[in-house]
Write a protein that binds this ligand. Structure first.
Ligand SMILES: [Zn+2]
Length: 197
């Protein structure tokens, strides 16, 4: 399987391309471009969050936590809360997210299980779009699209390296968790789409 650095290069490239496209053609400001770049980069590391607690996994968890924390800060500022409150909440999320995520992951996943599947790309993409909903609908969807593309790049690289379509699977072999994953992924996507600016 490709190394951590390969995944990071690919998804970093996707994130930066998305950011550049947004800046050049869609009137994004630097903050949105930076968010898209980071969400895309983090996306490429998301599927391996289910791996052992190695240093790359911890870094990936931190990056995903950072995306979530920025979303919370953005949301609070959008609601006209004081900057200090936003920063404090962001720091709490940043500190808590990797630990909480790791506990959940240890409890529920096996490596290269559901985290390496198409609904995961949909979930992370639409989840990111929801987290950044206060940017406005189109901007949030654009950031979500870059984020989902980051996850997809990981799956494609894993598939190419192993000469197997395994990582691009529709779900797990068990029907219950698969249905749950798709239900959740489609629910998040519908929410992201329907949410007004
Ligand atoms: Zn992988």
């Amino acid at each position: 399987m490709p190394r951590f650095g390969v995944h990071m290069t690919a998804s970093g490239f996707i994130g930066l391309s998305g950011a550049w496209m947004g800046l050049a053609h869609y009137g994004w400001g630097p903050p949105q471009a930076a968010l898209a770049a980071m969400a895309g980069l983090a996306g490429g590391l998301v599927p391996d969050l289910d791996a052992d607690r190695s240093r790359p996994t911890r870094f990936a968890a931190l990056l995903v936590g950072l995306v979530a924390a920025l979303g919370v800060v953005q949301y609070l500022l959008h609601r006209n809360r004081p900057l200090g409150e936003g920063i404090l909440a962001g720091l709490v999320v940043l500190a808590a997210a990797p630990t909480a995520g790791a506990m959940l992951l240890r409890g529920f996943t096996i490596h290269r299980g559901m985290f390496h599947s198409l609904p995961m790309a949909l979930m992370y993409g639409s989840g990111t779009a929801l987290v950044f909903g206060s940017l406005g609908k189109n901007a949030a969807l654009a950031v979500g699209l870059v984020a989902g593309a980051g996850v997809l790049s990981h799956l494609v690289l894993d598939a190419a390296a192993g000469f197997t379509l395994g990582p691009l699977k529709l779900c797990s072999r068990r029907i219950g968790p698969s249905l749950a994953a798709w239900f959740f992924a489609l629910l998040l996507t519908a929410l992201a789409w329907s949410r007004a600016a």
